[in-house]
Design a protein around this ligand. Structure first.
Ligand code: ADP
Ligand code: MG
Length: 417
């Protein structure tokens, strides 16, 4: 990676402001149901604690839309951090101003201060410069370790780097290194498997992948729009009529680029998206009246599995069917097992895809499960991510703000001390 990381900085005794992605799922009682994102940030936090930094953690949680929402406070995250990290963790009910500044003053070396949900403030998403400045004034160094939010230009992902020297945390570094391996010179054959609900979310990445991969496998709800473009009547299936032309264009582009595009040959159909409903396997051009395609069929599963096993690099984003409901989960789960059993370099991106891989018990055997859904798609698309762009380049040893200004409070933050 060509960006500086915390390993390049002297952090001992420094106040280090770290943007983490603690946007974890909560149940109705406010309990964390999956702490993967918290655990993914531990290498960075533990390193800073061990080096004796004063660690200030900030994240968003859910969608409070600029208002205080009691059920979206960061307290459950603080509880979980206390179980995972062996140091004092102080959680405050604000992100800027007196409350965190006072708490910080009584936070010692190697201790952690957790700020309140950033999105309780409208200014966070607006990338308000004054809000960013007030976040930055607490610290000497800014660390971005929130890959899942790196595609957003918010105050905590972009704005703060105007006021502090910004570097990558270890999770961000790992994500970039792994995903760069796909974009730059992947081992071939290179196969991308793209599924999920909607083609509209993924047209950009499909366009880029067609310029890079050898095989493009399409499944899930979005395959319906491609099948429709081939002239099949998809009956009640999820479909995006205004994207049929786009699907047709992508099919032609794949042909022109000699990309082997694979679509489902057979489908699992039912009249309702319900666990108890009767389902049947039909050819892709034979969805019965009143039914919808909810998973790929057994012939398609075999074809897609073969594509995985004959590849040296595989990237997967988006489930093959409505995997949340048992009768329609098989395509997704079998494919997850295929990825975990393959010798290829395998990368999974996307929130639902990652949870499908977990459900299949396959996460350990996948080379890299990305913590970023939208961010990993943007990266694969070849777009630059504002949260990464804002960080200092490796060769740039003069501490500078994101806009290139020399920084007064950063003169001790050069490497090698
Ligand atoms: P990711 O989060 O991995 O990027 P998406 O959010 O794009 O994936 O898509 C996941 C959703 O797509 C799941 O909720 C799944 O139920 C839905 N889905 C997959 N196949 C179908 C289908 N055939 N019809 C309707 N929904 C589908
Ligand atoms: Mg999703």
């Amino acid at each position: 990676m060509n960006k500086k990381t915390i390993g390049d900085m002297c952090v001992s005794g420094k106040k280090v402001l770290v943007r983490v992605d603690f946007n974890v799922p909560l149940d109705d009682s406010g309990k964390i149901t999956d702490d993967t994102r918290i655990r993914a940030a531990l290498p960075t936090i533990n390193y800073l604690v061990k080096e004796g930094a004063r660690v200030i953690l900030m994240s968003h949680l859910g969608r409070p839309k600029g208002e205080v929402v009691e059920s979206l406070r960061m307290d459950p995250v603080a509880e979980r951090l206390r179980e995972l990290i062996d140091t004092r963790i102080v959680k405050v009910d604000g992100c800027i101003g007196e409350i965190p500044l006072e708490a910080l003053a009584s936070t010692g070396k190697g201790e952690v201060l957790l700020l309140e949900n950033l999105r309780f403030n409208r200014e966070e998403k607006q990338n308000d410069p004054e809000f960013a400045r007030q976040l930055a004034e607490m610290a000497d160094i800014y660390v971005n370790d929130a890959f899942g939010a790196a595609h957003r230009a918010h105050a905590s992902t972009r704005g703060v780097a105007e006021f502090l020297p910004g570097v990558a945390g270890f999770l961000l570094e790992k994500e970039i290194d792994m995903l760069s391996g796909l974009v730059n010179d992947p081992n071939r054959p290179f196969t991308a498997i793209i599924g999920g609900a909607k083609i509209s979310d993924k047209i950009g990445v499909l366009d880029s992948l067609i310029e890079n991969v050898d095989t493009l496998v399409i499944g899930g709800g979005m395959a319906n729009t491609f099948l429709k473009a081939m002239g099949y009547d998809m009956k009640n299936s999820l479909l995006e009529p205004d994207k049929i032309n786009n699907a047709g264009r992508l099919i032609s582009k794949a042909e022109k680029n000699n990309v082997n595009m694979m679509l489902p040959d057979d489908l699992v159909c039912a009249a309702e998206v319900d666990a108890g409903v009767k389902s049947e396997v039909v050819p892709a051009d034979g969805v019965p009246d009143g039914q919808m395609a909810l998973d790929i069929g057994p012939r398609t599963i075999e074809k897609f599995k073969k594509a995985v096993y004959s590849s040296s690099t595989v990237v997967w984003n988006g489930p093959m069917g409505v995997f949340e409901i048992e009768p329609f989960a098989r395509g997704t789960l079998v494919l997850a097992e295929a990825l975990s059993g393959s010798e290829a370099f395998t990368v999974v991106g996307g929130g639902d895809s990652a949870s499908a891989v977990d459900k299949a018990g396959a996460a350990e055997q996948i080379s890299h499960v990305s913590t970023g859904g939208g961010a990993s798609l943007k990266f694969l698309e070849g777009r630059s991510l504002p949260g990464i762009e804002a960080l200092q380049d490796k060769e740039d040893y003069n501490a500078q703000a994101g806009d290139g200004r020399e920084l007064e409070n950063a003169q001790n933050c050069v490497p090698g001390c």
